[in-house]
Design a protein around this ligand. Structure first.
Ligand code: SAH
Length: 282
């Protein structure tokens, strides 16, 4: 694996917070997380639900979007574009992307494009979702082929978390907008995705109460990988995230934690909304 060249990327190697400031940050978020629980902003699907078909719910039928064939075509295109991980492709064939976009945009749901989801945020394009998930599945997975505990920062529409829920035993997904977290949690519930916990919080601090994680995926760009997230990765764990200024070229980075440090691999240019500090206004 190629360590990131510090000379090419100012800001690397990573500026890890000093031990004292890290402890401070952890305390802060622990208190913060309790407030969030008290305010009812943690959403867990406790009752296993039977998956309900779109037709049964009367959603977007007649547009052909509830047909498996539409997703099979999307997945064929992803494979032709070089996505090779069959489990990722199978999960993407299963999850109905049109359920995660605004009703006015459903006819674009299976195009390889990002789409607005409100509050200035976007659902990532399928190609980027597939590539990030394939990277996350590199390294060791369980004999059943499942990832263990995965943390996603940037729930957005919930689409990527829903796919992750097929690939991992447990998914924790965090968004700074309560509205997005609430809407995504409702959708997970409807879809019977019982292994996702949705939390409204500033994800830059991760989830110290639930750490460590086998995998972490971030779907909003920071200037450097956040130190708290690095700390919350298990040894042997992998984090995939976009890094760079929001209005400049960002790169997709794969971070692997070893017993004695981290490896960085810079992969491809990407474009994500910025990772913003603090809870959102809505
Ligand atoms: N994965 C999403 C796309 C995410 S868009 C999907 O599949 O639809 C990026 C998301 O990151 C936005 O919803 C934004 O609100 C969220 N975000 C930005 N900064 C954040 C932060 N500090 N903590 C948690 N979420 C954040």
């Amino acid at each position: 694996m190629k360590p990131l060249d510090a000379a090419r990327r100012p800001g690397f190697p990573l500026r890890m917070p000093a031990a004292t400031s890290q402890t401070g940050a952890t305390k802060l978020i622990a208190g913060h997380a309790r407030e969030i629980d008290a305010a009812g902003l943690k959403y867990t699907q406790k009752q296993p639900q039977k998956p309900v078909s779109s037709a049964a719910k009367g959603v977007a039928t007649g547009l052909g979007l509830d047909s498996q064939a539409v997703r099979a075509r999307m997945v064929q295109k992803l494979a032709a574009q070089g996505v090779q991980d069959s489990r990722v492709l199978a999960a993407m064939e299963q999850i109905e992307r049109h359920r995660f976009v605004d009703s006015a945009l459903v006819n674009q749901a299976y195009e390889d494009t990002s789409l607005p989801i409100g509050l200035g945020q976007t659902i990532s394009k399928p190609n980027v979702v597939a590539r990030m998930l394939a990277l996350l599945r590199e390294g060791s997975v369980s004999p059943q082929g499942k990832l263990g505990r995965v943390l996603e920062i940037g729930t957005g529409s919930g689409y990527q978390a829903a796919i992750l829920a097929q690939l991992a035993r447990r998914v924790y997904t965090v968004d700074r907008y309560r509205r997005l977290a609430r809407e995504a949690a409702a959708l997970f519930h409807q879809l019977g995705l019982v292994n996702i916990t949705t939390i409204a919080a500033d994800g830059s601090y991760g989830l110290p109460d639930q750490a460590p994680f086998d995998r972490i995926i971030v779907t909003a760009a920071a200037e450097d990988p956040p130190g708290s997230l690095m700390e919350q990765l298990k040894p042997g764990g992998i984090m995939v995230l976009p890094v760079g200024q929001s209005d400049a070229v960002q790169s997709l980075i794969k971070v692997t934690r070893h017993d004695r440090g981290y490896d960085y691999e810079e992969l491809r240019p990407v474009r994500f909304v910025p990772l913003v500090e603090g809870l959102g206004s809505e």
